[in-house]
Design a protein around this ligand. Sequence first.
Ligand SMILES: Cc1cc2nc3c(=O)[nH]c(=O)nc-3n(C[C@H](O)[C@H](O)[C@H](O)COP(=O)(O)OP(=O)(O)OC[C@H]3O[C@@H](n4cnc5c(N)ncnc54)[C@H](O)[C@@H]3O)c2cc1C
Length: 459
Amino acid sequence: MSDASHFDFLIIGGGQAGIPLAHGLAKAGRQVGLVEEKYLGGSCINFGCTPTKAAIASARLAYQARRAGEFGLNIPRVEVDFPAVLKRAKEILMRSRSGLDRGFEQVDNPTLIRGHGALEGREGDRFRIRIGETRLTADQVVLDTGTRTAVPSIAGLKRIDTIDSENWLDKPDLPEHLIMIGAGYIGLEMGQFYRRMGSQVTVVEGSGQIIGHEDKDVASAIQGFLEADGITFRMNTKIKNIRPIRDGVIVLVDGAAKQDEIEGSDIFLATGRKPNTDKLGLEKIGVKVTDGGIVEVDNRLATTVPGVWAAGDIRGGPMFTHTSWDDYRILMSQLAGDGARTTDRIIPYGVFVDPELGRVGVTEKEARAAGAKIKIATFDMSKNGKANEIGEPRGFIKVVADADTDLILGAAVLASEGAELVHLYVDVMNAGAPFTVIKNAIHIHPTLAEAVQSAVSSM
Ligand SMILES: Cc1cc2nc3c(=O)[nH]c(=O)nc-3n(C[C@H](O)[C@H](O)[C@H](O)COP(=O)(O)OP(=O)(O)OC[C@H]3O[C@@H](n4cnc5c(N)ncnc54)[C@H](O)[C@@H]3O)c2cc1C
């Protein structure tokens, strides 16, 4: 008879790795419990990827409708119903969330346990986990607890009712003038969303470049597109303090040249994410974390304590849904497979501004800093037939290849559907094939994918 308070595996956090892992391990014959304190699906489904991309789709449609005249169409007035835009995004996320809930309701194993899970210590070889007043034990534990909004220490901020990436769906009043703090990918995607909905948007960024990790040419082009949408950027600008006024806020900023004030209606905090590892009881069993709260793992996703594993954003490195999902595949291989899969992987990502940025591998600046012998090819999207036909000739493609082997080391596709197009490079990189495979292939005309080929054809 199985002991209902003991599991082979207890997974804390129903994020992008935890859920498929729970089902996968259960199918492999293990008794599995999954602890979730809020909603299954974590950040991605409930406020991140899913609803933001749904909302961005509304914003793009509004943008296109306003351009109707360029296409020979007459749309006299484009009216945004902001609560309806949020409602649509919520409905889409709810479909995903309830699908995940049903997945647990329909089976006895894995067991979904609602509540906040934390490690309490050991019982012999087992780990003891507390969920409210309930105590469970497990032979092995997987942590997949994700991140939350990192709140910067700015004087006066605590007195302001801010918008952030977790609560934006519950704020149905369209901001009149949104002050976006932070120009990382969340700040840019959401900034463009609000702008296209009709808000005035000012982005305040402490450094001199948006999405600081990217090459300067890519970042400058994106900034230019967002400025063309009407977004104002205050770069190299630190916030000194924020104070509430009757209908909004006043932000005192310290720019490169002078101090001045920005008056806005709302603040959106896009200042990064903080790992949910501080209330997990990790210290009770000796799991090592960095000062920033990232769980230290090896390339098998094993923590410093045998039998405890970590997946998703809390394990450091690229914080994306698809990397968390791939962590599930690594953990399945480690926990119920041949143990062969490790974190040696090629990771692409998208920045879903419009036009999109699809990225994979190294940037040009990283390749040069590493002293690699490289060749670079760029291709302007305005030379691509389809891009002109659909009215989106902005952007460019840049490919970094090894000068000796012709292997692609990295690519940036800043174009309409850039996050889709970059996969042509991703797959060739995973195949270990040179760029000449793409160069010598036949791509359909007229397509944006011809541009992917044109870029490497000039190498
Ligand atoms: C606004 C926004 C947009 C994004 N857009 C994209 C995108 O377009 N593409 C992309 O790839 N990524 C995107 N991301 C990132 C993506 O959402 C995350 O990388 C991904 O969700 C990480 O998954 P995870 O497995 O680490 O955990 P999460 O999905 O964060 O899930 C963790 C879960 O653990 C639960 N939990 C935490 N602590 C406990 C505890 N002690 N006990 C029980 N349960 C607990 C939480 O409630 C949560 O459900 C976006 C993120 C944000 C914020």
